[in-house]
Ligand binder design. Sequence first.
Ligand SMILES: *Cc1c(COP(=O)(O)O)cnc(C)c1O
Length: 392
Amino acid sequence: MNDSAAGGGAVPAGDPVASGPGEGTRAVRAGLPEPVAYEPTLPGPVFAAHFHLPGEPTGPYTYGRHENPTWTRLEDAIGELEAPGRDDVTALVFPSGMAAITSVLFSQVRSGDAVVLPDDGYQALPQVRARLEAYGVEVRTAPTGGDAQLGVLEGAKLLWIETPSNPGLDVCDIRRLADAAHAGGALVAVDNTLATPLGQRPLELGADFVVASGTKQLTGHGDVLLGYVAGPRGGPMEAVGDWRKVMGTIPGPMEAWLAHRSISTLQMRVERQNATALSVAEALREHPDVTGLRYPGLPGDASHEIASRQMRGYGCVVSFTLPSRARAERFLGALRLVDEATSFGGLRSTAERRGRWGGDAVPEGFIRLSVGAEDSGDLVADLLRALEESAR
Ligand SMILES: *Cc1c(COP(=O)(O)O)cnc(C)c1O
């Protein structure tokens, strides 16, 4: 295993990269070509609507909606991180996490098929559900915790897993659910946004697709929207690629390039942010006004046991509940090092009262906190001070 893994998760036995380079080394080099004299290490973004294409129209690069070398390098990087040591895995990048999610769902299912979604996943999933149903797809839902999706798998075409779930941070057993889904002939997709590929590798746990929003910790600077899908080449992944080409849900070269540049610092960001998230969770646990504290890396958390078996790092998000909406709003207003903002995974800590969006089934005082790269002591002190100030 490699000790520099993302923030102290237990590394599952049989790690295929046991003797390979460490995760920092892999992140720094992911998807980059061999150095070429007098050329930049990361070639600049290629802005091209079309490529010079004499004769038969075959690739690798034909038209800008089909392929782009800047995407290819980023896709190679993502493939190397999600499935180290596997040549059979390919990745596709999208302009947002939602574009990646909907491309998998709508390229795989037809009217009359059944799909299983979590009922506590990303807040846009209910809107995806409504559209699937409008096309005659049967949608079943179950909570993430306790592997409850097992109970509604019968006859399904596709199982969608989000673990840890956003924002509740429940965790399910990917291997167990994937085995059950496959036994019934269903495909399995895992939303890996919260863990990042350094924190969890769903393809090794049996998933057919790993899907994520690269908008969050993968890129980490809060300046780019991006999504990706990765899985074994051919078959279902080919249909996702065709879907992207036909629907035209493609990322801009500038965004793809920014994302690739940001991945070079992924390991150090994840390691530091995850370690600080654990310190923050430990500090909040002691505070009498904090209830419902969740962090999968916290021993004693309801998710900890299964998380420590399947995750290599526990993420940078901590969630908890304050006694009332007013208290939560005063707390957020009193923070100096934490911006009130949605999204998560950035270098600057952010937090928000999730109830303000109206989409998640959470208490009024529920706060989702994304731990950034500030010094741990400064951040913990700021949070504890804001808790005291907001109590008055
Ligand atoms: C943010 C998020 C998405 C959507 O990603 P976008 O890049 O905003 O489209 C999907 N799943 C999870 C778990 C997310 O946190």
